[in-house]
Design a protein around this ligand. Sequence first.
Ligand code: IPD
Length: 274
Amino acid sequence: PKERMDSRYRAIERLIREAGKKMVKARPSDAMIHQKEGLANFCTDYDMEIQRFLIKGFSEILPGAAFFGEEDTEGNAGAQADGEFTFYIDPIDGTTNFMFDYHHSCISVGLAHKDQMVAGFVYHPYINDMYIAIRGKGSYLNGKRIQLADKSVTEGIVEFGCARYNEAGIDWLFRVVKDMFQNSLSIRCGGSAALGLCRAASGSNTVYLELKLQPYDYAAASVILEEAGGVITQIDGSPITLHEGCSIIGGTPKAWKESKEAFERLRDSSAEGT
Ligand code: IPD
């Protein structure tokens, strides 16, 4: 029933806010930072602790749900195609920012029902910004409805993401970024894909683009962006995937189209495999 789901969504939000307090208080020392596969790819003890905390809490709120989280912790089973509910969790999106006290990281939690994203929660605990969207009910930032204006690239800020471990396609990405730099008001590389997409939803960015992201990076923000009137797809325009990672463009309908065209126009052989 609807009321039961609404109270579950409220419980999910409360738990994320609690996890946010842990993040703000945390002071990661060098010994708590671990290298993952690939260049400059890190996980801290806090990423793991927060993911464990969320999985435990969400299992009580929605018994039987599956979990697809960024970190390798107990309860993290990966996406289950036939599962009733699946949580997509990035306990700290923007781990490198977190390690260096940038205060631009978030907790990202998406909820899928039978392979359809139904809800997204993205919480920036340093400035207490909570983005929430329930499919069909609009997007909210701190309780206020957000609806983006359909601006084109020339009318605002473009944000892109680039992780050192995503080496394929770097030349291609930076050609697109250079093109955007010359055609927009400014560019950003904030270090959190979920926040970059949410900022497109709330109108701060016209578009966010990145090659090779994972579903837990964009699952939650995809609902928030779409419910705010935005578009998110893979860079060739096909739907984003939930069982494996993909390259994404998410933004206003106009900026999304312009970005997709820039990727097509500036593609060359170095882009193979992306
Ligand atoms: C990363 C951030 C970053 C993006 C990377 C992601 P993490 O997530 O979202 O902005 O460029 O591709 O992996 O590792 O900090 O959770």
